[in-house]
Ligand binder design. Sequence first.
Ligand SMILES: O=C(O)c1cc(C(=O)O)c2c(n1)C(=O)C(=O)c1cc(C(=O)O)[nH]c1-2
Length: 243
Amino acid sequence: MSADALLTHEAFEAAIRAVGAERYHDKHVFHQMLHGGKLNRGQVQAWALNRYCYQEAVPRKDAALMARTDDRDLRREWIHRIHDHDGLGEESGGIERWLILTDGLGLDRALVMSKKAALPATRFAVEAYVRFVAEQPLVVAVASSLTELFAPKIHKERIAGMLENYDFIGEDVMAYFRRRLSQAPRDADFALDYIKRHAHTRVEQEACVDAVRFKCNVLWAQLDALYIAYVQGMVPPGAFVPA
Ligand SMILES: O=C(O)c1cc(C(=O)O)c2c(n1)C(=O)C(=O)c1cc(C(=O)O)[nH]c1-2
């Protein structure tokens, strides 16, 4: 894209969707192995233990976004993302559902929650996302959540693939992804509408598209690290070692 005329809303959305078509992490070989039943239980444990770090970082980045805006309407909308993950009242939330998944895989909760056995690259990638949202212009920070446009497809594939292929995975532990099937589209629709209304120049529009590329890289880097450690066998010192 060149930095000249403002894109129409349709062209802007198409540019964002093209990023997902090219580089969303459903294309990563580690995911293809995960969903296709090609991993053993220890490798699935490693994925869940590392992915906990992402789950745990998401409400922190949402809080960072809220802390930056004086737009009360944006905060009123965005706060439900924190409730979705942390829970509210009787609703235990997505992080708890993730821990039910790691419990189901036989992982020790304290170990998972300590994040100490996660891969170095996982920690760097997720903290880069939190920092990006805290530091970039607000509209760009909102845009970085838009990989969620592509998430329902991968969640459906994951639920079906993991239930079919692994005898150690049951409905209860897939509850996290079932819930996201309705949460993610709502969040993505809001964020897409927001950036269409608030990216006022072509430069801002391009920065939003770049934010989705950055976020795809955050997701991709985590899977590269899992592949190197748990498929190729180069586990870094101190990281989780399957029994
Ligand atoms: O399983 C996945 O592939 C996947 C991807 C993404 C994403 O695209 O960032 C999210 C989630 N899951 C997810 O569960 C989730 O809560 C979530 C929040 C966000 C975000 O950027 O605010 N992305 C994602």
